[in-house]
Design a protein around this ligand. Structure first.
Ligand SMILES: Nc1nc2c(ncn2[C@@H]2O[C@H](COP(=O)(O)OP(=O)(O)O)[C@@H](O)[C@H]2O)c(=O)[nH]1
Ligand SMILES: [Mg+2]
Length: 370
């Protein structure tokens, strides 16, 4: 223990003037606790509490909404519980928007369309949230930047909120995060959620499972396009939009629309009771943009009257539950210490033909479940 001492600001000629003494140990403790507190203060400034986020999202505070989404997107384990707590509380306030998925090959004009379409919705007084999932963005790194400049007008509109894609992580992939982000945006009072996804892989199927209305943007030059177009993706769509129907392209767009309608006639409709049709539109001239919104409004009204709209959302919730279970199983399986040890060895044995795949799986699951 260090001895107590009179502080140096005490008058040396008149030491009894000041009665206080400084006790060394305590001084250090006070400093340490001050330090701790200031670090705590800094951290809490960086990371708002669930209460703050909850209030902020419900009040439509953009900054706190963005932070709530960042929390959901976080791959850090300590954020998972906090994010789930926030979602649990926000869930009752979600569900009141119309959820629209937009897909198409790169270059189809999805981002430009969302800007034009989003501006139209804002002009009607609607609040629009845009979530962009772009599997290529993690590789090229450039496309988000491209989209930002493309959606420049929309991003400046106070009624709009644009959020680029989250990256996949260990606590659930893109679909969990996108879905949860969508719910948070709904709780924040957005009327329309637009989700952009590149139609080149699995992502369009995942997005189809979380939206009410799904549209496919296509280009003219249908000859080749239609040949290469997978029937599967056309069967997911509630509308096919022949985009860039402007200038010299206009007659071709009209022709393409007819061709799509002819083919759609032979396909399964994506939504019971709804006939998927092809439409033309241009994000440059804005021709056809308001018609697309009318189609969606009709779709919503019809689906709500028949019950199909709500039925789909129920099915989607159930599917979501199963998707999350699969996510969790996947995560826990591959992070199990025994599995991590055993897997490389079994992989080699399977590759060398010393073990069958099925028997390797059996061994792994015996370990995992024991
Ligand atoms: N002529 C025409 N070009 C368009 C239209 N919309 C987008 N584009 C162009 O198509 C290209 C791709 O657009 P983008 O929105 O990035 O497509 P995305 O990859 O599907 O998001 C860009 O060069 C746009 O300028 C349109 O309505 N008409
Ligand atoms: Mg884009």
């Amino acid at each position: 223990m260090t001895a107590d001492y009179k502080p140096e600001w005490n008058d040396p000629k008149n030491p009894e003037l000041c009665s206080s003494v400084v006790r060394k140990g305590e001084e250090l403790e006070v400093q340490a606790s001050l330090k701790k507190n200031s670090r705590f203060a800094k951290r809490s400034a960086l990371e708002p509490s669930v209460n703050q986020l909850f209030d902020g999202v419900l009040n439509g505070n953009r900054g706190l909404l963005a932070r709530a989404i960042t929390l959901i997107e976080s791959n850090a384990e300590q954020h998972f519980q906090k994010a789930q707590e926030l979602l649990r509380r926000l869930l009752p306030f979600s569900g009141h928007s119309i959820r629209i998925g937009i897909t198409g090959v790169p270059g189809a004009g999805k981002s430009t369309f969302i800007e034009a379409f989003g501006m139209h919705l804002c002009s009607l007084g609607l609040k629009v949230a845009v979530l962009a999932i772009d599997p290529s963005s993690s590789i090229s790194g450039g496309s988000i930047l491209g989209d930002k400049t493309r959606m420049e007008q929309l991003s400046r509109d106070p009624r709009a909120f644009i959020r680029p894609s989250p990256s996949a992580g260990k606590l659930g992939g893109v679909h969990r995060k996108t879905r949860e982000t969508m719910l948070v945006c709904e709780a924040a009072g957005f009327d329309v959620i637009l989700i952009e996804t590149v139609g080149v892989g699995q992502s369009e199927v995942i997005i189809r499972d979380m939206v009410d209305f799904f549209m496919l943007l296509v280009l003219t030059g249908a000859g080749d396009e239609l040949q290469g177009m997978k029937k599967g993706i056309m069967e997911l769509a509630d509308a096919i939009i022949v985009h860039k129907a402007d200038g010299d392209n206009l007659p071709k767009a009209e022709k393409t629309r007819h061709e799509y309608n002819r083919i759609l006639h032979f396909l399964q409709p994506a939504t019971k009771g709804w006939v998927t049709k092809a439409h033309t539109c241009s994000s440059y001239t804005k021709e056809g943009i308001s018609e697309v919104w009318n189609v969606i409004k009709t779709f919503e009204a019809k689906g709500k009257a028949s019950g199909i709209f709500d039925e789909r959302r129920k099915v989607q919730s159930r599917e979501w539950l199963h998707a999350l279970i699969a996510d969790q199983l996947h995560y826990h399986f591959y992070h199990h210490p025994d599995i991590k040890n055993l897997l490389p060895k079994l992989e080699n044995e399977v590759i060398a033909g010393e073990k069958t795949v099925a028997s390797a799986v059996e061994i792994l699951f015996e370990k995992f479940l024991s």
